[in-house]
Design a binder for this molecule. Structure first.
Ligand code: GUN
Ligand code: ZN
Length: 441
């Protein structure tokens, strides 16, 4: 059954310490906006006013107040790369990408042929996103249309914003995961007609990666993208050196990995390419021209030993970067953990790394993801006009993070500690479009 959320049209007020990054800290050193005692006025799920408590309160003196002081309210996290079928295979350590796929991920993905199994996994997956404060996700789907119908049904019930699609491949996976260009097109079309733009769901055309996709299959994906307005494109790129070599051999005509997607008309403003650990300068320049995004997945890159993400080169080329958990290559659903891992890796890169501040981490986990998905008008920060998509962090009493919250000197310290040691256990409440989608306990 699909749940309908009944968002109150009457104004409600939230009083909290809140922070957000309406602008990019990569462009503006003052981008972190913090309100120690802040107010958000929300009606019908939309933020009407945002600022110091006294000012916002004066705009709606009669509105009921939800008092969230003592914690930290952040915009809901946006995960721009996470695999729904891989919830149960998190933690397959000790293998590089292609071995990990063969031994760990693909056997599990084949089990989603059973729709009941797929539905159970979808529920676990959506529950995990919500309890980690993720309110919007670009979801790498399953190889089976039935599993995707189950996913979209469960996503509607969850209240989360999802952009997701049927994953397609026609070579070098397991035979039971293979499709054909004709079937990929037909099943994609049916899913788009049923789910794209319905409630909080959007569709993303999703070839697994060029290694497992013939030119014909990529062309079928390109046809769907051309024919249906607003559909997104996502896939993997330049994740692992062996993978890049194999793709080069499979597409002798292509200039590079990106070109395998470009030739099929798949790369544009609404395209998100995961990883991009090993890009050429040509690829970075072209990505900037296309205005597509790279989804950086630092825990996955570390767990699979894929390499260090060249953030500095992406920024220099003008390529937009967001964050992804890449569950199950990644190690969990928390974008706080992805943020601090991104920070660690840049630190370890020495002069080649970018010194990330807490403001950068917040931006990468929220606003940057919304922009990557071209949902920046809807979500990603607490400016007036955005949806009230929010995560309330409230560390349990007695925990070290609770001590920091009680004594932190200034917003930068509070935010740094949140990324450094915040976990799923610190997430108290989560809202999407003003609807509460998770409450601890
Ligand atoms: N990390 C990761 N990379 C991939 N490349 C193709 N499939 C996958 C996957 O499931 N995970
Ligand atoms: Zn992935």
């Amino acid at each position: 059954m699909t749940q309908t959320f009944q968002t109150s049209a009457d104004p409600v007020l939230y009083r909290a310490t809140f922070m957000h990054t309406p602008r990019s800290p990569f462009a503006d050193a003052e981008a972190l906006h913090a309100e120690d005692d802040g107010g958000l006025l929300v009606a019908g799920g939309t933020i009407l006013a945002s600022g110091p408590w006294a000012e916002v309160r004066a705009q709606a003196p009669e509105a009921p107040v939800t008092d969230l002081r003592g914690g930290l309210l952040l915009p809901g996290f946006v995960d721009t790369h996470v695999h729904y079928p891989q919830v149960r295979v998190v933690g397959g350590l000790g293998m590089p990408l292609l071995d990990w796929l063969d031994r760990n991920a693909l056997p599990e993905e084949a089990r989603l042929a059973d729709e009941g199994y797929a539905r159970a996994v979808a529920r676990e997956f959506l529950g995990a996103l919500a309890m980690n404060g993720t309110t919007t996700a670009l979801v790498f789907g399953a190889h089976y249309a039935g599993a995707m119908h189950a996913f979209f049904e469960e996503a509607a019930t969850s209240g989360l914003r999802t952009v997701a699609g049927l994953v397609v491949g026609d070579r070098l996976l397991r035979p039971e995961l293979h499709t054909t260009p004709e079937r990929a097109y037909a099943e994609g079309r049916t899913l788009i007609e049923r789910w794209h733009g319905r409630g909080r769901a959007l569709y993303a055309v999703t070839p697994r990666f060029s290694l497992s996709a013939s030119e014909g299959l990529l062309d079928a994906c390109g046809a769907l993208l051309r024919e249906f307005e607003g559909v997104r494109f996502t896939s993997h790129i330049n994740e692992n050196v062996t993978e890049v070599e194999v793709v080069r051999g499979l597409f002798p005509e292509a200039r590079d990995y990106l070109d395998t997607y470009e030739r099929a008309g798949l790369v544009g403003r609404r395209s998100v390419l995961a990883h991009n650990v090993w890009p050429s300068d040509r690829e970075l320049g072209a990505m900037a021209e296309h205005r597509c995004s790279a989804a950086h997945c630092p825990c996955s890159n570390s767990a699979l030993g894929s390499g260090f993400f060249p953030l500095r080169r992406h920024l220099a080329a003008g390529v937009h970067v967001s964050l992804g958990s890449d569950v199950g290559g990644g190690t969990g659903f928390s974008l706080l953990k992805e943020g601090v891992q991104a920070y660690f890796m840049q630190q370890l890169m020495g002069a080649d790394g970018v010194a990330l501040t807490p403001a950068h981490l917040l931006y990468l986990a929220t606003r940057a993801g919304a922009e990557a998905l071209d949902l920046g008008d809807l979500t990603g920060d607490f400016s007036a006009g955005r949806q009230f998509d929010a995560v309330h962090l409230s560390p349990p009493p007695g925990t070290p993070l609770a001590a920091v919250y009680a004594h932190a000197e200034g917003p930068g310290r509070l935010l740094a500690a949140t990324f450094a040691s915040g976990t799923q256990g610190d997430v108290a409440r989560v809202w999407v479009g003003g609807d509460e989608v998770y409450a601890r306990g």
